[in-house]
Design a protein. Structure first.
Length: 122
């Protein structure tokens, strides 16, 4: 398991951010990554960094799931709108809230199912 820096929101010099791409390429190009859980902010459903990461992983055939975090911060109309945009950009999206617990069990089930399906649970 690895946690990558928040590429779209980290407050670091541009040079450092660019060096992360090389590190990520080296990490993912080894072909040993079984599943990536991409965390996206539903309040910024069209964040360019999220699209870049989606395409980066797809180009390497790295399976991923998209998780919309902080779901509790959106009202019902905002949820519908954000989900529609996110699903149009990323496919299936699992909305979650660490604060309320909403969606956490669903996320766990999806991860478990994907790992078992792909045989990567060992």
């Amino acid at each position: 398991m690895a946690d990558l820096p928040g590429i779209g929101f980290a407050r670091v010099p541009t040079e450092e951010r660019q060096s992360w791409e090389g590190l990520a390429a080296a990490f993912f190009d080894r072909g040993q990554v079984e599943l990536v859980v991409r965390l996206v902010d539903p309040r910024v459903p069209e964040a360019p960094a999220d699209i870049v990461l989606r395409d980066f992983l797809a180009a390497r055939n790295v399976p991923s799931i998209t998780v919309a975090t902080k779901w509790d911060r959106l009202g019902a109309p905002e949820r519908a709108s954000a989900r529609a945009v996110l699903e149009a950009r990323h496919g299936e999206v699992i909305p979650v809230s660490a604060k309320s617990g909403e969606g956490i069990e669903t996320l766990r089930r999806v991860i478990r199912r994907r790992i078992e399906k792909d045989g990567s649970h060992g």
